[in-house]
Design a protein around this ligand. Structure first.
Ligand code: AMP
Length: 112
């Protein structure tokens, strides 16, 4: 069965696409928690970072580099935060690895 994000990659569910290449897709989060809230994820359905494999190393590096590129494209020059939620206590709700890009306001620390 396809994950939610695989369905978005396949255009079976609509999303506002910010960036796409062969390996990753970046979309606007449907329930934004900051003025800019984008999700970037691998097209390959790695369930979560805890289950990433050594063979995913290049993919994960690409994901982070593209997250920074997307943040730049979104004019987050004052700063931004990248977040990967892992598992129940991490607040993960979609079991397809994704990195949140938050920006457009001052983000407090520590997170809740
Ligand atoms: P997480 O809680 O880290 O697993 O993040 C999942 C994120 O996916 C949440 O911020 C949701 O608001 C977001 N989300 C869920 N469904 C959609 C959708 N159809 N399009 C865009 N974002 C979504």
């Amino acid at each position: 069965m396809k994950t939610l994000f695989e369905k978005i990659v396949a255009r079976e569910i609509p999303a506002e696409i910010i960036y796409e290449d062969d390996l990753v897709l970046a979309i606007r989060d449907i329930n934004p928690q900051a003025p800019t809230h984008v999700l970037i994820f691998p097209k390959k359905p790695v369930p979560r970072i805890a289950e990433a494999k050594v063979e995913d190393q290049n993919l994960l590096g690409h994901l982070l580099l593209k997250a920074a590129e997307v943040a730049k494209k979104l004019n987050l020059q004052n700063g931004y935060r990248l977040v990967i939620n892992n598992g129940v206590d991490g607040g993960e709700t979609v079991p397809h690895l994704h990195c949140h890009i938050f920006g457009g306001r001052h983000l407090t620390w520590p997170p809740g």
